[in-house]
Design a protein around this ligand. Sequence first.
Ligand SMILES: *Cc1c(COP(=O)(O)O)cnc(C)c1O
Length: 374
Amino acid sequence: MNVPLLDLTEQNRKLRPEIDAALGRVLDSNGFILGSEVKALEDELAAYCGTKYAIGCASGSDALLLALMALDVKAGDEVITTPYSFFATVSAITRLGAVPVFADIDPLTYNLDVTQVADKITERTKAIQPVHLYGQCVDMAGLRDVASQHGIPLVEDAAQAIGAEENGIRAGAMSEIGCFSFYPSKNLGGMGDGGFMTTDDDELAEKLLALRVHGSKERYYHKWVGLNSRLDGFQGAVLRVKLPHLDSWSDKRKANADVYHELFTDAGLSEQVTLPFERENVRHIYNQFVVRVPGRRDELRSFLTDAGIGTDIYYPVPLHLQECFEYVGYKPGDLPESEKAAAETLALPIFPELEAAQQEHVVSKVAQFFDTLA
Ligand SMILES: *Cc1c(COP(=O)(O)O)cnc(C)c1O
C-alpha cells in the first residue's frame, strides 16, 4: 500500500465539472488579472475570516511583504518573529532592509513563545510577526496584550491556518493584517500561486490595494513604490469552487488527527513518538500533522520512504541558521527549542481524503520500525 503525503487527485476529480465551468467563465470574460471572480472571492474570504477586507495578491510570500510595506517597515527597523517557519516569513523582513529578531518557540506547539517575544521588544521594534504553524494559532490573546502595551502592530503569517480559530476568532482577524497563501498544499489550495491579506482597518486596506498594483490608487499616479502582485482570474474562479468545501476538508483533517492519536496510543507508541499538542479553545485545522521523534527521525523517515509512505520535514534548518541570514549574527545554540524541533519533527500524511486503512498502515509501519530496534 502506498500512502502519499498529499494527494489532490480525488479532490480535483470530484470538482472537475465545476472547475472546468469556472475556468471557462474566465476565458470567455477575459478577466485574467484580478477581475470579477477575484472581487467575488475577496468578499467571500472576508466573510469567511470575519474581517472587513480580504485583498488578493500573487502569493503568500508577497502577502507578507505587502503587509510589512503597508506598516511602513523600513531599513533598520526590527521585526520580531519565529525562526521555525517557512523561509518567506523572514525574507519579507530582510527584503525591506529590516532586521529579523528571533524569539524561540514553545516546544509543545512549535509556535512563538509569547514571554520571549516580550523580552525582545526594543524602541526599534516596528512589528511582531507570529506564524500559526501547521494550522494552530499562536497564543494571540497573550501576544495582543504584549503588543498593545507597546503600541506595536501584529502581522499574522496565517499561510497554514485559514479557518483556524482562537476563542472563536479566526486567523487573520486577530491582528492588523493577516497573510494567507493559496499554494496547492495549503488547506485551500489554488492551481498555481496565489495569496491574500485580511484587515479591518480602512487605511491599511487602501494602502494594500494600492501596493499590489505598483503603489497606485489612480492609474499611472504612484503614491508608493509597490509591487506587481495580483491574483489572477483563473485562480479566483477555481478558489471560489473550492471555498465552500474548505470547512468540511479541515474537519476531515481534524478527524484524521484524532484517528492518529487513537492508533498511536493503542500501539503503545506515545513514548517514542510525540503527537501534536492542541491548545484549549482553539480550532486546529491540521495543515500538517507533525510528530516528534527524538534521536531517530531521519532513520524513521527513510524506513517509511522505503515502505511507500510519504513524509516531509517542516523545517530541517531553522531560519536563524540559514546561510543567507548569517549576517544577522545568530549562531547554533541561540534558539535551542527551534533547533531541537528542526532535528526531531516529521510530517505524516493528513490530507482530507486519506483513508482509515492508510492511517492504520502508517502507524503499523512506525510500530514495525521501533520493533526492529528493540
Ligand atoms: C506557504 C507559506 C508561506 C508562503 O506562501 P507562498 O504562497 O508559497 O508564497 C509563508 N509562510 C508560511 C508559514 C507558509 O507555510
